[in-house]
Design a protein around this ligand. Structure first.
Ligand code: ADP
Ligand code: GLC
Length: 481
């Protein structure tokens, strides 16, 4: 049996702000359990809902030197769907209403603590990982600390590390002196071939330099991040490490996202009966959101963090024009105020066509995936994207920009050979986006049989973890040797 420990800042079902949590929570279940025991370690945030916190059992605790103090570290454990989770507890570090405070210094301090505590806790678990699999900048210090102070110890000797990039935009950067002070790492680590980048200390860079292997969440994004536009200043390092870098496309949990069994939706449906059943969900959602009740009107969904990454500048620019068409637009998201207000404005201006739901709700997200006809995701960049995979699974055809994982997972409609599972456009340009939406409208209104055949293909596409989990297994085998 090979032991793998995921170390991450979020995981479903305990805590989620985006796709990272979906991946960390679903991949361990899909790795072949005959050969691999994959466990997960995350912080015990005080904002984890009570009923989930109640599942955790206290294991042990100790004190650890960190940032000039002696800090408490509690370890708790829980088992969900056969996967063992460990939690690192310290209420002063993981308090607050959200996992990330948004204050970079505080977050760096918090996750430096988490990274060091995670390693310090490992010898106290009855589980010695062969591979520590780290996710995003919050755990970038794990491979660094592993090399710097833990690998000398017998327990850690030979343990390998992997760094997975879910989003290169976020790196955990702050001035060198503060980070030196927080982490206690010696000067030697703060040079441009290690943690330093453009005069700052950079936690993700540390992880990318010291991890034994690097992955990211789609093949296209793996190529993109080696170029200056997508590289966020680290493209040189990624080119230098390209032999250790692989792109493995994400999957989604086919049990949680299953239109045939989904408890959140009013009318369940399958590839066999979606033609009759799916539309009933649309009818209900129109009623619930106060939109014009009309089966025929094309409904376009958006479920997203409202940030510039997701292409909302294009949408803002085209909303007025798009609202002249016979469409309805249903948005669910939270994030930057300018985008929240933009959608509120159009909801007010076109109240029977636009529904802006500016909040977070798992239930509403499932209703939107199930009820809409199309799903819009015109991202500026997209490491993988899970929403379009969820949309495909629910037979809601994605309209996407050809970047990162969107390019790898949505097959654009080709009317000549009748292939494809969605619609796409190449350039980050509002007119191109509108043209793609209008092309989709045309097929939806004028060629319904073609549209339904696309739904057949979309629902048949397999983005479960089956294929990608095997690629992670191959990497673990290769690392462990
Ligand atoms: P990212 O991780 O960049 O936010 P992904 O497409 O990989 O993008 O994953 C987003 C995940 O978060 C999906 O599971 C999506 O359904 C969910 N999500 C985003 N915003 C909301 C919201 N307001 N309410 C519920 N779920 C949301
Ligand atoms: C990040 C990316 C998203 C990806 C997710 C899970 O949040 O923005 O594209 O799907 O991580 O890997």
């Amino acid at each position: 049996m090979k032991n793998i420990l995921f170390v991450a800042s979020e995981s479903v079902p305990f805590i989620k702000t985006g796709g990272l949590a979906d991946v960390v929570g679903s991949l361990p279940k899909c790795v072949d359990r005959k050969y691999f025991d994959v466990r997960v370690m995350i912080p015990k945030y005080t904002c984890i809902p009570r009923e989930l916190a109640d599942k955790m059992v206290f294991k042990t605790s100790f004190y650890m030197d960190f940032h000039w103090r002696n800090e408490y570290v509690g370890i708790l454990e829980a088992k969900v769907d056969g996967v063992t989770y460990y939690f690192i507890d310290n209420e002063s570090k993981f308090g607050g209403p959200k996992p990330y405070s948004g204050n970079v210094y505080d977050d760096i301090e918090k996750f430096a603590f988490f990274s060091k505590a995670a390693l310090s806790a490992m010898p106290l678990l009855d589980f010695r990982p062969d591979v520590i699999h780290c996710h995003d900048w919050q755990t970038g210090l794990v491979p660094v600390y592993l090399r710097e102070r833990f690998q000398g110890n017998d327990f850690f000797h030979g343990i390998k590390s992997v760094m997975t990039i879910h989003n290169l935009k976020f790196q955990g950067k702050w001035d060198v002196d503060s980070v030196k002070d927080i982490t206690g790492l010696p000067d030697y680590y703060f040079t441009s071939d290690k943690l330093e980048a453009y005069k700052n200390a950079n936690l993700l860079k540390g992880g990318l330099v010291f991890a034994d292997a690097i992955t990211t969440v789609s093949e296209t994004y793996a190529k993109e991040i080696m170029t200056p536009f997508f590289g966020e200043g680290l493209d040189g390092l990624l080119r230098a490490r390209q032999n250790d870098l692989r792109g493995i496309v994400n999957g989604i949990d086919y049990t949680d996202y299953d239109p045939g069994k989904d408890e959140y939706i009013d009318y369940k449906y399958t590839p066999q009966n979606f033609r009759k059943e799916k539309i009933k969900n649309k009818r209900n959602l129109q009623k619930e959101l106060g939109l014009t009740e009309n089966d025929k009107t094309m409904m376009i969904g958006i479920v997203s963090r409202l940030t510039d990454q997701k292409g909302f500048d294009l949408i803002a620019y085209m909303m007025d024009e798009l609202c002249q068409d016979d469409v309805q637009i249903v948005v669910l998201g939270t994030g930057e105020e300018q985008y929240e207000n933009m959608f509120r404005h159009f909801d007010w201006k076109y109240s029977n066509k636009v529904a802006a739901n500016i909040y977070y709700s798992e239930e509403m997200s499932h209703k939107i995936y199930a009820s809409c006809d199309a799903f819009l995701m015109p991202s500026l960049f997209e490491p993988c994207g899970l929403s379009q995979l969820m949309a495909l699974r629910y037979g809601t055809l994605p309209i996407v920009r050809e970047t990162g994982g969107l390019k790898d997972t949505v097959d654009p409609y080709n009317e000549y050979d009748s292939t494809g599972t969605g619609f796409s456009f190449a350039n980050y340009n509002a007119h191109e986006m509108l043209a793609a939406v209008r092309y989709a409208e045309k097929i939806y209104y004028d060629r319904k049989r073609e549209w339904n055949k696309m739904i057949d293909r979309a629902m048949a596409a397999d983005f479960s973890w089956d294929v990608s989990a095997v690629k992670y297994q191959e990497m673990y085998d290769w690392l462990i040797g």
